[in-house]
Ligand binder design. Structure first.
Ligand code: GLC
Length: 525
């Protein structure tokens, strides 16, 4: 297999609960993923990242883990995970699993023991228990889901949870916590997984003395200000230890950081040669639809990773953020921009992450009935923030009515007009978003691994070359733009008639992207 496969890999994110239901209970599971692996392989992906499927009370959709070595009955059993890994490998897909080291579930045996122990006892040391301050919590830290990051227990002490109260933060100053996670890593690596995605990788170490953050709306400031519980320098020692473990295994096993940090430079620190292989590029996912914003983010990202010899990742959507069709304006315009963004993203040097359903052009579902909302944000915010369920609505596979082949039912209702967006409806249509992704992923295999050269262009246009024979153009503007013709058209995010080419110039339609081959090919046409 190719060396350093991750550097330019296309990686498909499966949010297991919402991908495909194999056992008929309306919730996606590992059997469902196994059945549908062909979709991911046919798309042309190199790897699949599975969100947590471990034993969990599901206070946060499985990111609250009670047993890191067991599969939750909702998702199947350990043998299903093993069979899924084997099937994926058989199809040429690598497998990345999610590890959640910042917190456990409050039903994890360690936390259950801590709660029944005395204040100050060793069982409490594995978590962050403190006395309160002035009758309230020990400091001003806020939960990412709203409200204080502390909950008081019966004897008066408080415990830290940067997320839900059902997700107590572990104490990473404790040797047993280190040893336990090293063992969990080995457990999954021994089962053949090719990588681990590290949840809240920036959160494990807290500033000494747990000082106040001295601001409010902390969850909204993740990439803007320094917070005493995120991106502390001490986290890097942990990843240096983990890298040694990954390197003990054959076949280039990788670590991927989910790290919300201030700038591309801070993110690159996680990618130093003795640390992790990849980190999600959330600055890219936060860029607004503007040539300038995308250009700046791409330049900053590439410069930062070059400094540490790593490759960048490119992320448009995931299970925590609003789907980009909606972020880019929604409706027809949002879809049009999303298709252009897909061609831009898949043309960049580095690794592209694709979130399930983006290849179908799915929008965010913004009108879910309140009674189905399951994201803890909804309750924790006092019903002011609906949370992330709108990007977690189950995938429409086939048929003309919900649940569109997801299973006999679906745990979140799908919009009726998704009938036109099912995999079945899009598969045979060369103009569909599914076909666009498939075509792009196939052509992407021939792109050079590194290198990007910007070409002079209109302020609303990004144009760049990758090697002598590939050019990508993106028109972010709302008017057509005329350019010297970059070569022969390979692929376009809009339909052919909109792209009027003559010998020397070409008109790029608004909100569109195109891929071109080099000059020689153009003349040969
Ligand atoms: C990460 C996950 C998110 C989860 C949180 C707490 O950000 O992606 O879904 O809620 O961590 O584990």
């Amino acid at each position: 297999m190719a060396q350093q496969w991750w550097r330019n890999a296309a990686i498909y994110q499966v949010y297991v609960r919402s991908f495909a239901d194999g056992n008929g209970d309306g919730v996606g599971d590992l059997a469902g993923v196994r059945d549908r692996l062909g979709h991911i392989a046919e798309l042309g992906m190199d790897a699949v990242w599975l969100t947590p499927f471990y034993a969990s009370p599901m206070a946060d959709g499985g990111y609250d883990v009670a047993d890191y070595r067991a599969v939750d009955p909702l998702f199947g059993q350990l043998s299903d995970a093993e069979a899924l890994i084997a099937d994926a490998h058989g199809l040429g897909l690598r497998v990345i699993v999610d590890i959640v080291p910042n917190h456990t579930s409050s039903q994890h045996p360690w936390f259950v023991e801590a709660l029944s122990a005395e204040p100050g006892s060793p069982a409490r040391e594995r978590y962050v228990f403190r006395e309160g301050r002035d009758g309230g919590p020990p400091n001003d830290w806020e939960s990412m889901f709203g409200g204080p990051a502390w909950t008081q227990v019966a004897d008066g002490q408080w415990y830290l949870h940067l997320f839900d109260p059902g997700q107590p933060d572990l104490n990473w100053q404790h040797a047993e916590v280190h040893a336990e996670f090293e063992s969990i890593l080995r457990f999954w690596l021994d089962r053949g997984v090719d990588g681990i995605r590290i949840d809240v990788a920036h959160g494990l170490v807290k500033a000494d003395g747990l000082p106040d953050a001295q601001c409010t709306d902390q969850g909204g400031l993740l990439t803007a200000v320094e917070l005493p519980y995120f991106d502390q320098d001490g986290v890097h020692e942990i990843y240096r230890e983990w890298r040694k473990i990954l390197d003990c295994y054959p076949g280039e096993r990788i670590g991927v950081a989910e790290a919300w940090v201030r700038g591309a430079d801070r993110l690159a620190l996680y990618l130093r040669p003795d640390e992790l292989h990849q980190a999600f590029n959330f600055h890219y996912a936060q860029a607004e639809w503007s040539a300038q914003q995308f250009r700046t983010t791409i330049d900053d990202s590439l410069a930062a990773v070059a400094g540490v010899g790593a490759a960048s990742t490119w992320v448009l959507s995931n299970h925590d953020i609003e789907r980009h069709v909606t972020r880019f304006g929604g409706g027809e315009l949002g879809l049009r921009r999303a298709r252009a963004a897909a061609l831009l993203t898949l043309a960049l040097p580095g690794s592209a992450y694709v979130y399930q359903g983006e290849e179908l052009g799915l929008p965010e579902v913004t009108d879910l009935p309140e009674e189905v909302l399951a994201d803890p944000k909804w309750e924790r915010s006092g019903h002011t923030e609906r949370g992330r369920d709108g990007c977690r609505v189950p995938i429409p596979w086939s048929g003309s009515e919900p649940p569109f082949g997801f299973g006999p039912s679906s745990w979140l209702p799908q919009p009726r007009d998704w009938a036109a967006l099912t995999v079945e409806a899009q598969r045979g249509d060369p103009t569909s978003t599914l076909s666009l992704y498939r075509d792009a992923l196939l052509l992407r295999r021939d792109l050079p691994v590194e290198g990007l050269e910007w070409l002079e262009s209109d302020p609303d246009v990004l144009a760049f070359r990758r090697g002598p024979s590939f050019t990508c153009t993106v028109n972010f503007g709302s008017s057509p733009v005329r350019l010297p013709r970059p070569g022969r058209l390979l692929l376009s995010s809009t339909q052919e008639p909109e792209l009027e080419a003559n010998e020397q110039t070409v008109t790029l339609p608004p909100s569109s992207a195109a891929w071109w081959t080099g000059e020689e090919d153009a003349h040969a046409r």
